[in-house]
Design a binder for this molecule. Structure first.
Ligand code: SAM
Length: 262
């Protein structure tokens, strides 16, 4: 394991006990999670009567919000994360909820050597992708791990955020690239901010078709929702629209890929 990954693991070990509570306090994060769950249901066919045969891989699964939800919906889930603290938290929650899934302490960078079998789909949510070193390698590994036609849903921090830029301008700050270092669990973690379409074109296009890319949290910031909760439902509906019109302007993007059938 590289020194960089050790820092990523250490930071998230420290974050693990409070991660769920912190996310629950953020109304935009909660909304994004609901958007993702609806997207998974569509992409992985989970709304159909027969979900039990669907095998999914959750990369950088954290405390397992998605992995546990998908397992409860009937999918067979393998969850990996580089942080032992996060995986321990995931397993604790799985036991409490009586959910069966396979959880492993493993970096995304190690997927190439892992005998995990074949998957119908893969996902990675809430910025795990921003601290994965080599996305081209991830693309090759996913192409090997996925069945033809298999879907990959990625949710990661975007390189430009409209509301953040406008907020900055209102406070007299000139637009600048987003911080490359994010404080997590007492560490300053290097995050690579990404652009969904570019990630597809430069990293995934040889093995995957792009089904959809859109932004989330384009015009709505968490502080605004807290200040005007009554306007939030309408604002978030508009945000969905803005995200589709301006896929490169959200705090996060969602990228939905499909492995080419060969
Ligand atoms: C902010 S959490 C998100 C967790 C979860 N996916 C969610 O939606 O709540 C990011 C997670 O990515 C994991 N992670 C970051 N880089 C990773 C890597 N290169 N390989 C595996 N896990 C990684 C961290 O340990 C952390 O648990």
């Amino acid at each position: 394991v590289s020194q960089r990954l050790e820092i990523v693991a250490r930071a998230h070990d420290a974050l693990a006990p409070t991660y769920d509570a912190k996310l629950a306090e953020n109304p935009v994060a909660t909304w994004m999670r609901a958007q993702l769950w609806a997207h998974y249901a569509r992409a992985f066919g989970l709304s159909r009567a027969r979900t039990s045969g669907v095998r999914l891989l959750d990369i950088a699964a954290g405390t397992g919000a998605d992995a546990l939800h998908l397992a409860e919906a009937g999918a067979e889930v393998v969850a990996i994360d580089v942080s032992p603290g996060m995986i321990a938290e995931l397993q604790r929650r799985a036991a409490v909820r009586n959910v069966r899934l396979e959880a492993r302490v493993m970096a995304a960078e190690a997927l190439g050597n892992a005998p995990l079998g074949q998957f119908d789909g893969a996902l990675s949510a809430f910025a795990g992708l921003n601290t994965i070193d080599d996305l081209q390698r991830l693309s090759r590994d996913l192409a090997r791990l996925l069945k033809p036609g298999g879907r990959v849903v990625l949710h990661a921090l975007n390189s430009f955020c409209l509301w953040e830029t406008v907020n900055g301008l209102l406070h007299g700050k000139a637009p600048r690239p987003r911080q490359e270092y994010t404080p997590i669990g007492g560490e300053l973690l290097p995050h690579r901010f990404l652009d969904g379409s570019t990630v597809w074109r430069e990293m995934f296009a040889s093995e995957f078709a792009c089904r959809e890319v859109y932004g989330l949290s384009v015009i709505v910031a968490p502080t605004w929702v807290r200040r005007a909760p009554r306007l939030a439902p309408l604002a978030l509906r508009l945000d969905r629209l803005a995200g589709r019109m301006f896929p490169r302007a959200g705090d996060f993007f969602v990228l939905d890929l499909q492995k080419c059938a060969r």
